[in-house]
Design a protein around this ligand. Sequence first.
Ligand code: NAD
Length: 473
Amino acid sequence: MPRRLDNWINGAASAPSTAAYTTGLNPTNGSPTVDIGVSGAADVDHAVACARRSADAWRHFPSAERGRILAAIARSIRDNADRLADREIEDTGKPRATALGEVENSAAYFEFYAGLVNLPVGELLDVEPNQHIFTKREPYGVIGVITPWNLPLNQAARAVAPALVTGNTVVLKPAETSGQTTIALARIATEAGLPDGVFNVVLGAGSTVGSAIVAHPDVRKVAFTGSVRTGRAIGKVAADRVIPLTLELGGKSANIVFEDAELDLAAKEAVRAFASNAGQVCSAGTRLLVQRSVHDEFVAEVVRIAAALREGEDLGPMITRAQFEQVQEYFEVAAKEGARPALGGSVTRRPELAGGFYVQPTIYAGVSNDMRIAREEIFGPVLVTMPFDDEREAVSIANDSDFGLVAGVFTSDIGRALRVSDAIEAGQVFVNSWSTGAVQTPFGGHKNSGYGREKGIEAMYHYTHLKSVVVVY
Ligand code: NAD
């Protein structure tokens, strides 16, 4: 009898009111995993009612106590690291080291925000005698969080920790296929002392549960991570409801390598940039721009390193069947556009992986930036490379994109690194390293990559709004 995954509402497991379940698939071999609840709008109503009921008490908890509970959640995540990694691997197929890294990062979010519980602070304003004017930041109330399937635990922790520490309550919907670690996180939070109703998880489809969360009159802010298409749809509802929204959408991030860079390091980082989590990362570096004088030789080295990635060991599968199909469609698009792979370009050829959703690490060298494979987010381990002649052209190609999430710059000239970082239209720029990990670093996009910021102290501003109090005496 397969295990059942139920909602977590008001501090306890809660079967969906629909009594409906769908079977999860293990992406490494297509076998059934766990029966996942398919909830309806009534479950959202129930979860939001619990979140609303608990909001006032949670907001007025002694702040040190809120911080202590978040710190206890961080400790418990670490204590349960192996079990959480097992569940994440079952849902996503990712390599164990990647899953454990995600678990550690999730603990780090709770730890970081636990220590910041008394930030952000307000201001005292000097205006007139006999006036005492101050500002304070207040929670919104109930926050709706909607997450995708690529880094489920990490994306849940990234939003939930700053939302809770600032005194909000949460109703979260994970992606249809990958809710196990989010439910485990909610259970851990309850066991660590989080009051019932403060963090609720409702499983189910985006079109029903997701849209019910966004439309619910008691949800006062939404934090969404996922596709541009869904982000737009949610944005329209949020605009009608006049509620704030954080959108973390896709990317087609440029990684720029100049001829004066430390090329061995840059080549290793270029592979990490596009192949981590099998390319299923919104901040993946999937457009590699290389100065023409070293382009061919550098790309040959990148191909050599990427070719050594072992499918099924270093490189996990595509996490959903739909994503597996999407990447294959892009292989066909590439062929039609006349791009020939310098590496890969098909599903895995390893017979023992044939039942899973595996694709080869793939590199299309010397493409043009107007091809679809250079403009659209593929969300798999697929890299395109382009030569450029000088700094101006590099920046111009990098910015010639609908997206603007992150960028990399590899050069030994610090002046150039700073000039290019300044000119790039992206929310984060990495110089001489492809490093997106730190929970302290604000994260978010320009253009179609979204707006608002997660992570860092900055996220705490996005989960609170400002009140000015004017006292005349
Ligand atoms: P998606 O946008 O369809 O789903 C993301 C989340 O939104 C899921 O929980 C989904 O159930 C929910 N959702 C869907 N429709 C909704 C609606 N109308 N209202 C409210 N919630 C809704 O993305 P996906 O299908 O998971 O992935 C498709 C593409 O999105 C990928 O190929 C990739 O390009 C992109 N993606 C980006 C990220 C990222 O981190 N930025 C992560 C995963 C996927």
